[in-house]
Design a protein around this ligand. Structure first.
Ligand code: SAH
Length: 372
């Protein structure tokens, strides 16, 4: 699905300009995610090939940090055929990504190919760019969506005495160039289709595109194996009115100057879990500070502190750790959520000889780290 040409991401895509994300705060964030994928690859019995698929890679920092981990673990991964597949609609950001990941050595792909651009990473891994997840080849894959789902459009609904109404955006007849929220006079196709029958909230935001994406990821993980990691700010089906805008790092009225601000809504993870429709197992949401702690961020920080010579670097490391982990900053409001094949969490039922099953390895990040 392509956003409109005047949409924020096709026009600007202000990662760093209007908002800062965790991979931009610290290299450690992407490194720990890289380790998560390697750990899942080992748990799957080290398949001979995998695709790393990132949705909405922003400036490309996260994939760059993940690829650095892969190259540091080259002895482990040397026999594995790795390729990178980026889903990006912003021409400007795809250029930034190309610069970050390949040093600018990219070429446009022929028209009849699903990818629109190709290149080779600084570490020698082929990279492909697409506009849609459906263009990404099937196959054993690790999917990554960091601060991607919150950028997709939502529907808003309000419960009234007369039932559910959709909250729509209308042109204010009294103030020129001004938008306003209105309630649909009656039920709409969206009120009929997107509200869960068991809904208890009075106001809900639903992101059907996120639902479709999770269905696609769940189908792919079920069919070809691998894992999907979704990290975003959000809640587990408890919050109501979260739609807001940011421009130059400041809150911005969502109804003013459409297309110039980053519009965002919290991700409803309870909705994502429903949309997986049992095709894949789900883990989380778990708070960012818990996930990163379980992934060993404290140890990684210690090593980086020991290896840094000057106090400015050490201060920077501690400051970025605080940004990622502090519950008042990014630690509590960001969550991690995973899709995995069912057999990753539960052995397929076999009557004969149940003792012969090897124990399943725990999934890193979602339970406490145990150092043996
Ligand atoms: N993951 C990055 C950037 C998040 S910003 C980070 O954490 O830093 C959202 C990203 O999604 C941008 O790269 C934006 O251009 C891209 N994007 C937004 N809508 C999209 C869509 N419908 N399809 C593909 N990419 C999209």
């Amino acid at each position: 699905l392509l956003p409109p040409p005047q949409g924020y991401y096709t026009r600007r895509g202000g990662v760093g300009e209007d908002f800062i994300t965790s991979p931009e705060v610290s290299q450690v964030f992407g490194e720990l995610i890289g380790i998560w994928y390697v750990s899942e690859w080992i748990a799957a019995g080290k398949p001979g090939a995998f695709q790393l698929v990132e949705l909405g890679p922003g400036r490309g920092t996260l994939t760059d940090d993940v690829l650095r981990v892969f190259s540091q673990l080259a002895s482990l991964l040397s026999k594995c055929d790795i390729s990178v597949h980026l889903v990006e609609v912003s021409p400007k950001l795809s250029e930034t990504q190309a610069q970050m990941l390949t040093g600018g050595k990219v070429q446009p792909a022929p028209e009849d190919r699903p990818a629109y651009m190709t290149g080779i990473s600084k570490t020698g891994i082929p990279i492909y760019w697409y506009r849609d997840i459906q263009d990404v080849p099937q196959g054993y894959s690790f999917y990554l969506a960091h601060e991607f789902l919150d950028a997709l459009p939502i529907h808003k609904f309000q419960r009234t005495e007369k039932g559910w109404h959709e909250v729509l955006v209308d042109i204010d007849p009294e103030v020129p160039d001004r938008l306003r929220f209105v309630l649909s006079p009656s039920r709409t196709p969206a009120t009929e289709n997107f509200i869960q029958p068991e809904e208890t909230r009075d106001h809900v935001e639903v992101c059907p595109e996120a639902g479709v994406l999770i269905q696609r990821l769940a189908c792919r993980v079920e069919k070809d194996g691998g894992a999907a990691l979704v990290a975003d700010y959000g809640h587990d089906g408890t919050k109501t009115d979260t739609f807001r805008g940011f421009r130059h790092h400041k809150p911005h009225d969502v109804l003013i100057a459409p297309g110039t601000a980053d519009l965002t809504a919290d991700v409803d993870f309870s909705y994502l879990r429903k949309m997986a429709q049992g095709r894949a197992a789900t883990l989380g949401p778990i708070k960012q500070r818990e996930f990163l702690k379980n992934m060993g961020i404290d140890l990684r920080l210690q090593v980086l502190l020991q290896n840094s010579r000057d106090s400015a670097t050490r201060e920077q490391l501690l400051h970025s750790y605080d940004m990622l982990m502090n519950p008042k900053k990014m630690g509590d409001c960001f969550n991690f959520f995973a899709l995995l094949p069912h057999h990753r969490l539960v052995h397929p039922y076999r009557k004969e000889n149940p003792q012969s099953k090897p124990p399943l390895l725990p999934v890193a990040g979602f339970s406490e780290l145990s150092l043996k």
